[in-house]
Design a protein around this ligand. Structure first.
Ligand code: DQA
Length: 137
């Protein structure tokens, strides 16, 4: 089973970015944990700060992979293009957020991704990604 985690802008800074909101673990070390926990899966990881690159990656994997776990980060709340590509592909997308965006500022309550997603998991810290993987199993 081929699953890819796609992270959007500023998530490359996990570990040093607002640790009180996002924790102090880097995504690279968390991803290594996920790979050993789910060694039976072909688990991949991609991150970009650039909206068009995220769209390109989703188009590239979205007709052949078994699952996409997408944390579009700030683009969640702004990007019609990312919302459209999630609807355009065949691979199911689970939307993930580390923080509970509904407990935060009003602009974070809107998601352009959710209406095309298979489901949404948010607010469980980095564990949200593990829960998303489990949702595909
Ligand atoms: C986030 C929540 C977004 O509102 C924010 O812009 C992020 C991270 C999360 O995982 O909690 O960058 O997607």
């Amino acid at each position: 089973m081929k699953i890819i985690i796609i992270n959007g802008p500023n998530l490359n800074l996990l570990g040093k970015r607002e640790p009180e909101v996002y924790g102090s673990t880097t995504f690279d070390s968390y991803f290594a944990e996920l790979q050993s926990k789910f060694s039976e899966l072909q688990l991949e990881y991609y991150q970009s700060n650039i909206e068009g690159e995220l769209i390109d990656k989703i188009q590239e994997v979205g007709f052949s992979y078994d699952g996409i776990i997408l944390n579009a980060a700030a683009y969640t709340h702004t990007s019609v293009g990312l919302g459209d590509v999630v609807k355009a592909i065949n691979t199911p997308v689970v939307e993930v957020h580390i923080s509970n965006t509904h407990k935060r500022e009003d602009f974070r309550h809107v998601s352009y991704i959710s209406s095309g997603a298979k489901g949404v998991i948010l607010g469980f810290g980095l564990k949200s990604y593990e829960l998303a993987i489990r949702s595909f199993l």
